[in-house]
Write a protein that binds this ligand. Sequence first.
Ligand code: NDP
Length: 507
Amino acid sequence: MTEQVADARIPTPRGGQGEPTLASLDPRDDTVLAEYPVAGKGEVAAAVDRARAAAHWWDVQGFRGRRQWLLEFKSVIASRAGELAAVVSAETGKPADDALLEVMLAVEHLDWAAKHAQKVLRRRTVPSGLVSANQASSVGYRPLGVVGVIGPWNYPVYTPMGSIAYALAAGNAVVFKPSELTPGVGVWLADAWQAMAPMQPVLQTVVGRGETGTALCRAGVDKIAFTGSTATAKKVMAVCAETLTPMVAECGGKDAMLVDADADIDAAADFAAFGGLGNGGQTCAGVERVYVAEPVYQRFLDAVAERAAALRPGGGPTASYGPMTMGRQVQIVRDHVRDALAGGARAVVGGLDSVHERYVDPVVLAEVPEDSTAMTEETFGPTLAVNKVVDLDEGVRRANASRYGLGASVFTADKDRGRAVAERLHAGAVTINSVLGFAGVPALPFGGVGDSGFGRIHGADGLREFSTVKSVTVQRFPAPLNLLTMTRKPRDMKVSAWMLKTRHGRR
Ligand code: NDP
């Protein structure tokens, strides 16, 4: 049992369950930034009703019309990026540049989704096959209708936009429930849409806590796009099961980085520091575990320690990273560090004393027991666990021992070996010789396996995720062998039986 250290930030003055408003706080000092009315069941249902009507209008716009609207929306966001980044920075505490980069990435995805929806989703013909040669066959993708998006706080623009942009481009209306920690970002996005298309609430935001998310799941939406923790995904899935509402679940990770003996160690150490400690480690596909081949282990550890020790968290614009956005997470980070040290891990940079009330200084741990929580559970703080392995094979085995499987990275001079290792890693996305390389490529689908979730956002698969498939056949001429009749001819059956044997019976 680990000692519970009182966290002065809990409870926060946000207003509890059932209260009519939600205060958005700056996690750097708990300044109240704004108060938002909480959407209860009735308000959520009304938003979904409005979305249903807007979805019809949106569908009628067709691919071309939606493309124009979405590109217009993109320019609105891009031209006011500084303003949006300021809201992100205030609500998460992250430095302004990090917030701006997040907005930039979100805009890239919106641009890609807008420009590729038609190509990916338009009706396409498929071969009908010999038996049905008299049919003309095609596959089309139709919008689902209304998609409910439930988002987290760590990248409050980039992450939900990974669902919102693709759902909109696929022809759906969206009702977005942002995290209770970042309501202002959600409200900003919906307001920006409303200013552009006041009569058509294709994108709306409902503010609230978990209950508002539950109400959205129960409001008759056609799909839920959830991003958040695995534990909450299970609750959301249970609620969705009541109405057979489908969902896509983008959950947490425990991403591994593998460093081979021939890797560029300085580059790998740079990326490890960025991927593990950037944004205070509050990145779903951030680096949490590093497995380094024995010949370069010490060199890597020294290089990463040097980089980590130079980082300075804080609330100012030049800080390396900001505070822990969610006060509760501080105790989890503390518990993981303590558990690792109790199991025999070595603190190379920082240690338990690095975990302060709001800010966590960088922590680099070495020789961390594989069964400690620092290796088995998502830490979501600025910590790196670096362990020695004999070679990449052992690295793969250890990486795959996790129940999570979101992202992973491999560092090696031999890119073919890197690609082969990528195929063997249980992860939704792998990057070779960088970290998070996939996050900025809109054409690449993103999502995890195991406890990291299911379904995909981004890319063509992300567009299809928010569509329903419709198959159509058109009979071009009567079939020479008419088998779809109650008055089948013995001759047609005889020929069919012969064809079956001839075409498929031989090896
Ligand atoms: P949570 O699971 O706590 O919350 C996610 C969202 O679900 C929030 O909007 C939350 O609202 C809402 N919610 C909470 N309870 C319910 C409920 N019972 N029914 C419906 N909705 C509910 O995650 P965090 O916000 O703390 O985000 C951090 C997590 O997100 C990490 O695990 C991280 O790895 C993961 N993540 C995954 C990404 C991916 O793409 N795979 C990307 C980014 C983050 P409220 O905030 O009001 O409680």
